[in-house]
Design a protein around this ligand. Structure first.
Ligand SMILES: [Zn+2]
Length: 250
């Protein structure tokens, strides 16, 4: 179950099922996580409004990995220890990260796009993905999970996949050109669309099921319906960003 968690002064969302995994830390942030009156910082720094979260989780900025997210299907793998002395590491332009070592915490930033967390608890390895309509069209989830399976030598049934809050089909009307692009890319249109509405969750679920992933958790929360809790680019225009942050302590 996806629920709000209050830890000391910080508030964020977690999947209860993943709280049971030894050594695993994860947070899906909300509006309530962010300290008020703090402007977001440039992307390679830890923004002021998220520092309270890091302190509460006991994480150092140099344990974080950021992407320059570009709506691609590119996924990068981190398999060396963090060398930076201070501050987060920027992994360049990509929309997914695989971390094979503990004490590394990749961050995905969203405001309507779907953040996906993939976990191999036995080996303490993690993959996080950012996917909106373009990334989903280009099958970043299939790409990322395939790469993760290859890197970890795990079977699809060993993985746990969790889908965070995103804009859902109730609020995601798209133009006919989006549907046409999905048609050209060979997606199952009946599954991905209902009328003019794009269903990001179903479209990504299809990719996971194609690979044989069976353990899938869904937050079932729509960012555009719940702007009291989440940022929604569609609903609000210029707005903040939520984080998905995940990794193993040791
Ligand atoms: Zn909605």
């Amino acid at each position: 179950m996806f629920r709000q968690k209050n830890l000391g002064p910080a508030s964020f969302f977690v999947f209860e099922e993943l709280e049971e995994v030894p050594g695993f830390v994860h947070a899906f942030t909300s509006r309530q996580t962010d300290a008020p009156n703090q402007e977001p910082a440039p992307s390679d720094e830890v923004p002021l409004e998220k520092r309270l979260l890091l302190e509460t989780l006991g994480l150092q900025p140099n344990q974080l990995f950021f992407l320059h997210q570009v709506h691609s299907n590119r996924v990068v793998t981190v398999n060396a220890p963090t060398l930076k002395a201070a501050g987060p590491t920027s992994l360049g332009s990509a929309d997914g990260v695989i971390t094979l070592l503990p004490a590394q915490f990749p961050v995905i930033r969203t405001a309507d796009c779907l953040p996906i967390l993939v976990l191999l608890a036995e080996k303490k390895q993690v993959c996080v993905l950012h996917t909106g309509w373009r990334g989903t069209r280009d099958r970043i989830t299939r790409e990322g999970v395939s790469q993760f399976l290859e890197a970890t030598q795990a079977s699809p049934q060993q993985l746990i996949v969790a889908m965070g809050p995103c804009i859902r089909k109730c609020c995601y009307e798209v133009g006919p050109e989006v549907r046409n692009q999905y048609a050209r890319s060979g997606h199952d249109l009946d599954r991905c669309f209902s009328g003019q509405q794009l269903d990001l969750v179903e479209a990504n679920l299809a990719q996971l099921q194609e690979l044989g992933v069976t353990q899938i958790l869904d937050s079932k929360m729509c960012t555009a319906c719940r702007t009291d809790l989440f940022y929604s680019y569609r609903r609000e225009g210029e707005t903040g960003r939520m984080w998905l942050l995940a990794g193993f302590r040791q």
